[in-house]
Design a binder for this molecule. Sequence first.
Ligand code: ATP
Length: 374
Amino acid sequence: MTQQQQTAGGDVRLVGISKTYGSFTAVQPLDLTVPQGSFFALLGASGCGKTTTLRMIAGLEEATTGTVHLGGKDITDLPPYKRPVNTVFQSYALFPHLDITENVAFGLRRRGIKSVKKQVDDMLELVQLGDFARRKPHQLSGGQQQRVAVARALINHPQVLLLDEPLGALDLKLRRQMQLELKRIQTEVGITFVHVTHDQEEAMTMADTVAVMNGGRVEQLGAPADLYENPRTTFVANFLGTSNLIAGEIVSTGEDLVVAAGGGKLTLPRERCSAPTTSGGRLLLGIRPEKISLAHADDADDIAAGRNRVTGRITDSSFIGVSTQYVVESPAGTALQVYEQNIERDTRLTPGAEVVLHWNPAHTFGLDAAQDIA
Ligand code: ATP
């Protein structure tokens, strides 16, 4: 039997779960389903309630309201050790005096299981630490120690592995390696991973589904690409990458919306607008910097018909290797960021140049500024 078959559980479902400390609400009533076998990330800035949410799934924190379900079973009243759930923390919490084998075997030994060798060997192989079995934790790098912590949790065959900023203590390069490593491990074991992070790149690299949290609630939930391409709030638009947000007014409400913004008339597909779509309505029109192309004003006639256009002047230009990043100010005073890739040194535009920014209207999104919290 494969480990995947042994540990197959069910969806994690949070129903109206909330947490208050005195008069402070850390997590507002939350309904959330984490599909079985998915890699799910809770993403948000410090203090937004992601760890508290994770701890309520683990049973380490009692929910003020609501229930926690696993595979259709209500586990709200089960103590942590009776839940088929394990947690990996940022501080690996390995036993310093035990070698790696004994650290990984710990959960089995505690349950009185004597012959642990095969299971420990399999786990060490899974996390690619077979050659380190007899070392003590202090003889391993941070990334290796974190992999031991993952192996130690997985050996208990949890239905869900909870990871609380597990890569927070690692330097950037190792962090990136471990993100791919954890993703590989999750695919291999096939159980549900719920991962807490404040790093949007990390969440997008690893997770199938990301819940973006802000002020104790989930602002938006979706696949990384959907969140990035179609953010529904300014918080999400700004937290996941960089967005240009231009204040505008709807001037026509046909099949596509037409918005007066940045000194131009810009097309916004109706389905990409999360603000009310009535004529005269005000909204924020969003476009990612890398979706914008730049043309010198003298070449404006060459721009294909049907593209959104805003004129402006370059006020700043920086070459950062993979792209050149421009700041362009429109006559209306809006500063827009533009990232262009693969431009030759001699064709880069310089500050002062009069330009036309243009992009495919399909990449434009519309946000309701009035709806934002925090
Ligand atoms: P971080 O990334 O900094 O860990 P987080 O998003 O995980 O942040 P939580 O740890 O869930 O945030 O905390 C959410 C809020 O609840 C914070 O404002 C925190 O100060 C508060 N909080 C957490 N634990 C307690 C507690 N035991 N008593 C009072 N307030 C608490």
